[in-house]
Ligand binder design. Structure first.
Ligand code: ADP
Ligand code: PRP
Length: 181
């Protein structure tokens, strides 16, 4: 089987990327969710990630441990190189990534597919506040990035998560189907 994917899950902060990814995996345990390395305190909650300090992150990067890494929200994020093993196993592989990294991501992963999660402005603001992880200032900064455009020329499937989670999960699972063909 040729390698399709991975699937880059992108969209504004609070749109529900991690929630949708977890629900998709709950519905289909063969789906692989990449566990990111983040310079965020491990107790911050949310997705399952490996929390490291800046020095450890820099050492991992220098050692070539990341297939992709970037800065956002004052944090450093890394996608472990082990993602290549996951892809080789022929399972659908999903990772949450900055929209600003897509042009680079498609160079690293020629089979890249993009799942662009969307929601209305009001829904975004309400979800960020309800999540309760960020301060009002940090929420304002995230909302200011809500409309960041995606680079042209990518294979993008838009997933509307303004409404019920189940609908978004169904749409993502349909988008994963080519992997199984
Ligand atoms: N379809 C949905 N309906 C209601 N609440 C949702 C839905 N999707 C996500 N949420 C909630 O919105 C908040 C932000 O979701 P999260 O997955 O952390 O977003 P992101 O990873 O895109 O920043 C969380 O509190 C989550 O429970
Ligand atoms: O450049 P952008 O497309 O705006 O993305 C900025 C960051 O937000 C997401 O991370 P994370 O899931 O930690 O943040 P979030 O939960 O606030 O979306 C994404 O993976 C990037 O690291």
């Amino acid at each position: 089987m040729s390698v399709i994917g991975p699937f880059a899950v992108v969209g504004p902060s609070g749109v529900g990327k991690d929630t949708v990814m977890e629900a998709v995996q709950a519905a289909d345990p063969s789906v692989v969710l990449v566990r990111r390395v983040i310079t965020r305190p491990a107790e911050a909650g949310g997705e399952a990630f490996e929390g490291v300090d800046r020095a450890a992150f820099a050492a991992m990067k220098a050692a070539g441990d990341f297939a992709l890494d970037w800065e956002a929200h004052g944090l450093a994020y890394g996608i472990p190189v082990s993602i290549h093993d996951d892809l080789g196993a022929g399972r659908p592989v999903l990772f949450n990534v900055s929209r600003a990294m897509l042009a680079e991501a498609v160079k690293v992963f020629p089979g890249l597919r993009v799942l662009s999660i969307t929601a209305t402005d009001d829904v975004l603001a309400a979800r960020l506040r309800a999540r309760g992880r960020e301060s009002e200032d940090q929420i304002a900064q995230r909302l200011a990035r809500a409309k960041l455009p995606l680079p042209a020329g990518l294979r993008v499937t838009e997933i509307d998560n303004s409404g019920a989670l189940d609908r978004a999960v169904k749409a993502v699972r349909a988008a994963l189907q080519p992997v199984r063909a």
